[in-house]
Design a protein around this ligand. Structure first.
Ligand code: FES
Ligand SMILES: [Fe+2]
Length: 347
């Protein structure tokens, strides 16, 4: 079960070219391509004739040609040519998905197409604001998307999973404050007067004592933005003045593929040293190494969850953010279920 009537990030904008691009989102195989005029098409990845994935085909202009017997579909999913016969039957159309491009990503709407509203695409202004620099990548991770949410809403794991880059023992020791509303969760952690870990001392260009913050925000369907940074101790960051520090927004968009696999789109946006392109890619490579460490943990965890299906997860204080996020997701899924099977009150 996945949350429907939502936009999911499919790929980075540069990844969808004038060629079929296959991606399964929430269990639905979809083929994407960029039209000659730069617009986007998205259809179910299944030819209505003999059900071959259309992503195996090719483009002729803006028409998608099936690899098996050559049926042609226009950019609206309408079949416009069938080999060996005159005319085209109406039921030869393929299902169209609402698709949009915003904040450096291509998004697809999973659910009722009549509800698709581009205004509901998550607010990722740091990814497209000219005053910020954003770069990242995508990892296919063989785990359920909820394990990624747990991981990102509990950064105490940094101490043990990422000891050589961003981890330090103060993280596991610092108390967190977790709050939730109807559809979002915030976990806040402040650490005071500590030595900056290697990643942050390099960006702060100083090894003096600092205050460090991590503010994780979950929002539906499966997005986690983490406001992170450090500032020299005593310069007012806890009170709201970060001008002497460095701030980044770690963007995490989890797109479920199946129950046990996820397209994990990640990146970091920053508003310091924005004209240093080398730094942009050093940060991206550093993050890639950090998230590869997470991926290893999460895939091993998923394998064990499958192998011990009779066991359940235990929740500790550190898990508060993930627990709240899971509750919000469960509530949304229950609402979704009740909409799909409305109770007949006339009987
Ligand atoms: S399966 Fe696509 S044209 Fe036959
Ligand atoms: Fe991590």
């Amino acid at each position: 079960m996945f949350i429907r009537d939502s936009w999911y990030a499919v790929a980075w904008d540069f990844e969808i070219k004038h060629a079929p691009f296959a991606r399964t989102v929430c269990g639905e195989p979809i083929v994407f391509y960029r039209q000659m005029n730069g617009g986007l098409s998205a259809f179910e990845d299944c030819c209505p004739h003999r059900l071959l994935p259309l992503s195996m085909g090719c483009l002729q202009g803006d028409h998608l040609i099936c690899k098996y017997h050559g049926l042609q579909f226009d950019e609206r999913g309408q079949c416009v040519w069938v080999p060996g016969q005159e005319g085209v039957r109406k039921d030869m159309a393929i299902r169209l998905y609402p698709v949009a491009e915003k904040h450096r990503f291509v998004w697809v709407w999973i659910g009722d197409p009549s509800l698709a509203d581009e205004g509901k695409i998550p607010d990722l202004r740091w990814c497209s604001d000219p005053n910020w620099v954003f770069e990242g990548s995508t990892y296919p991770v063989k785990c359920n998307y909820l394990l990624l949410i747990d991981n990102l809403m509990d950064l105490s794991h940094e101490t043990y999973v990422h000891p050589s880059s961003i981890g330090q023992h103060e993280i596991a020791e610092a108390p967190i404050k977790a709050t939730a509303d109807e559809d979002s969760v915030t976990v806040t952690r402040w650490m005071f007067n500590l030595d900056p870990p290697p990643f942050w001392s390099a960006n702060l260009r100083s090894q003096e004592k600092c205050d460090r913050w991590q503010i994780c925000r979950f929002s539906l369907p499966a997005n986690v933005m983490i406001d992170v940074g450090v500032a020299p101790t005593g310069t007012g960051a806890p009170e709201g003045d970060r001008s002497k520090g460095v701030t980044g927004i770690v963007v995490n968009l989890m797109t479920p593929e199946t129950e046990t696999s996820t397209w994990y789109h990640w990146g970091m946006s920053r508003n310091f040293q924005t004209d240093d392109h080398g730094l942009t890619f050093r940060i991206r490579d550093g993050q890639a190494a950090v998230f590869a460490e997470d991926t290893q943990i999460l895939e091993a965890q998923q394998r064990n969850i499958i192998c011990h299906s009779d066991r359940h997860l235990h929740n500790l204080k550190i898990d508060a953010g993930g627990v709240y996020a899971r509750r919000i997701i469960e509530r949304q899924l229950e609402r979704q279920e009740s909409r799909a099977y409305p109770i007949d009150t006339t009987r």
